[in-house]
Structure formats: structure tokens, C-alpha cells
Design a protein around this ligand. Structure first.
Ligand code: ASP
Length: 350
């Protein structure tokens, strides 16, 4: 009797995993050219994103395309050199993200989007997959590199998240570089706010952040030669945001997550959905509870769960063998990865 019950449970489990595998396949392909799956663990691996959104080949000038590609390659160079030299995944993530924050091309650090009031409020988070320690800052206004502040919260405070003025004070006390508010200014982001505001006026007060104005966040996940995974995300949030709105990027479990046993994740997209669906955490949870690989898990979340909910965006993820996933359900996502002897940088769906 007991044996029969056990057999029945086993069949049910097999059926469930088959159903979920089929569901993943049917979820639709958000990005066909995907990194090869690794048979043997990679010595190191690093994956980055510079935001997902309505990034279309026909709207992009060759100059802009070259600039973005160069900036993504530069961030990969910096992160990869740390890993090649035997450095930690945490250092690789921090440095790669700092280089994207310093570029005016992305919505993080310099180049952050503007709030409704014409200010810049930045969010970032950082997680260590070995210990599951984490740190985050929300709504900082004077920190040059919010990712450094997030890591400092993790390493130098007893908290996980600091926000607003307190977070700025903490960063200063830690000796991190501070900047005047106009440091973050870029004409392109200012113009995007003006467009969102005039759209809002036309629609008699209906709030607008414009579909093209939501994106541009940066993120990185790395695996080092010790087998440790770290992840981080940094953003200016959404154009025309109000009332100290904070999105998914600084929220551990929503925008960022890392666990050596499963994977590291950094997300980008319409933050409210990523918060509600705990997207970053959910990828590792699918791997842990259902035995899915990182690619199938990440694709299922982005193509199926998030798409059905109406959420747009993408994520990057990497497991302990160095397998990489970069799914997105928007027309494009700035993204790239490097493993020993291998490098790819991409913008559009291919
Ligand atoms: N997820 C970010 C936010 O909602 C925006 C983005 O990824 O571009 O704040």
C-alpha cells in the first residue's frame, strides 16, 4: 500500500516536471542566440546589462550603437580583469557597475533619469551569494557611485537598506565620493522628462513616464574562481517618478539576488511588476524547488509569468557553473557577457 502511494507520488512529480519543462518551451523565445551551456564549470564568468526597453535597430544611430557597445565592452573588460587575476566576484560586480554608472549613456549614476520635480534620486543594491549578505540604498542624491554605497551598507553597517538623506550621510561618512546635483545631468534625460511632462499635460494630469522612458538601469552578476557569485543593480529609476518612488532595483529579491547554490540575478524593467512578482528571487527558487536550469528558469519568469502579468523588462542570471541567461520581453536589452576565451555584447533581439 505504502509502496503504491510512493509510486503514485513519484509519477506525479515526473508529470509536474514535464509540464513545467513544456511550459518553459512554450513560453516563447525572447532571445534566440543564447550562450552555450557549460559542461564543465567555467573558471569565471561575468554578465552585465544596461537596461531593457524599446530599443530598436531602426531608431538607433550607428554612432550611438558604437558608443553603447564600447561602454558595455569597457565594463566587461574591467570586471573580467578582476576575475582573471583571481579577484572576487564582489569586486568584479562593483567595478563593472561603477564604469556603467560613470557613463552618461545609462540610467544610473551620471545619466540617471529625472524625477517629476526635475531631480535625480538613485537606487542600488548588492548581494553576496556566499553569505547572502546584502546591502542597498534608495533615493540617494549626492553619491557618485550608488553601487559602492550599497556594498558599504552590506559590509559596514548592520542594516540591509538605507534610504534618502540617511543613506547620503552614511555614504559620506564611509568616505565615498559625493557630487553636486548637477553632476547627474544629461540633456537626453532632461528632454525625456519634458516629453513626459507635456504628455501628462495633454492627458490632463494622467501620469506619464512614457514607455521609452522607463528603462536604462545597469546590473552585473559574476562568478569567481572560488565559486562565489555576486550580483548588483543600479538605477535612476523611472522618468517622472514622484513622491520618493522606489522601484525594484534596490530591493533584494525583486531587482537583485545571489545565492551560490543556485544563481545570481539582476533585473531591469517596469519595477512595480518586478517587486510584485519577486522576480530576482523567483529565478533561484524555480531552480531550487523544481530543478530547472538557470536558462529555463529565467526564461519562464520573463516570458511567461511576467509577460502574462503585463510586466515588461528582462534580467541577467548566472549559475555556479557559469551558465548564463539574458532573457527579456522588450524589443531590446543592452547586455553582454564574458567567460574565458568568450565574449558577446548585444543590443537587439536576434
Ligand atoms: N527597474 C527600474 C525601476 O523600476 C527601471 C529600469 O530597470 O530601467 O526603477
Amino acid at each position: 500500500m505504502r509502496q503504491r502511494r510512493r509510486r503514485a507520488i513519484r509519477s506525479l512529480l515526473i508529470l509536474c516536471s514535464l509540464v513545467s519543462a513544456v511550459a518553459c518551451q512554450q513560453a516563447g523565445s525572447s532571445e534566440s542566440a543564447k550562450p552555450e551551456e557549460m559542461d564543465n564549470p567555467a573558471k569565471y564568468a561575468i554578465v552585465i546589462h544596461g537596461g531593457a526597453g524599446t530599443i530598436l535597430r531602426e531608431d538607433m544611430s550607428p554612432e550611438k550603437e558604437a558608443e553603447v557597445t564600447a561602454a558595455l565592452n569597457a565594463a566587461l573588460d574591467i570586471g573580467e580583469s578582476v576575475l582573471k587575476a583571481g579577484g572576487s566576484s564582489m569586486d568584479a560586480v562593483e567595478r563593472a557597475i561603477m564604469s556603467l554608472e560613470d557613463s552618461p549613456l545609462f540610467n544610473a549614476g551620471k545619466g540617471a533619469v529625472f524625477t517629476h520635480d526635475g531631480k535625480n534620486e538613485l537606487d542600488a543594491s548588492f548581494m553576496d551569494g556566499a553569505t547572502r549578505n546584502a546591502g542597498a540604498v534608495g533615493g540617494v542624491t549626492t553619491v557618485k557611485n550608488p553601487i559602492r554605497a550599497a556594498r558599504a551598507v552590506m559590509e559596514k553597517s548592520e542594516h540591509v537598506m538605507l534610504t534618502g538623506r540617511g543613506a547620503d550621510v552614511f555614504a559620506r561618512e564611509q568616505g565615498l565620493d559625493t557630487v553636486p546635483p548637477d553632476y547627474y545631468f544629461t540633456q537626453a534625460r532632461w528632454d525625456a522628462l519634458q516629453r513626459a511632462l507635456s504628455e501628462e499635460n495633454k492627458q490632463s494630469g494622467a501620469r506619464s513616464s512614457g514607455p521609452d522612458n522607463k528603462y536604462g538601469t545597469v546590473g552585473c552578476v559574476a562568478l569567481d574562481s572560488q565559486g562565489n557569485i555576486a550580483a548588483g543593480t543600479s538605477t535612476g529609476g523611472m522618468t517622472n517618478k514622484r513622491y520618493n518612488r522606489i522601484g525594484d532595483s534596490p530591493l533584494i529579491g525583486a531587482g537583485t539576488y545571489a545565492n551560490n547554490a543556485t544563481c545570481g540575478v539582476s533585473c531591469t524593467g517596469h519595477g512595480e511588476y518586478f517587486i510584485r512578482y519577486a522576480v530576482a528571487y523567483d529565478v533561484g527558487a524555480l531552480m531550487e524547488y523544481k530543478g530547472l536550469g538557470v536558462e529555463a528558469a529565467a526564461r519562464y519568469i520573463i516570458d511567461k509569468k511576467l509577460r502574462q502579468a503585463g510586466g515588461s523588462g528582462g534580467l541577467i542570471a548566472l549559475d555556479r557553473k557559469g551558465n548564463i541567461a539574458m532573457p527579456f520581453n522588450t524589443p531590446g536589452m543592452y547586455r553582454g557577457y564574458a567567460r574565458p576565451g568568450e565574449r558577446q555584447v548585444k543590443i537587439y533581439k536576434e
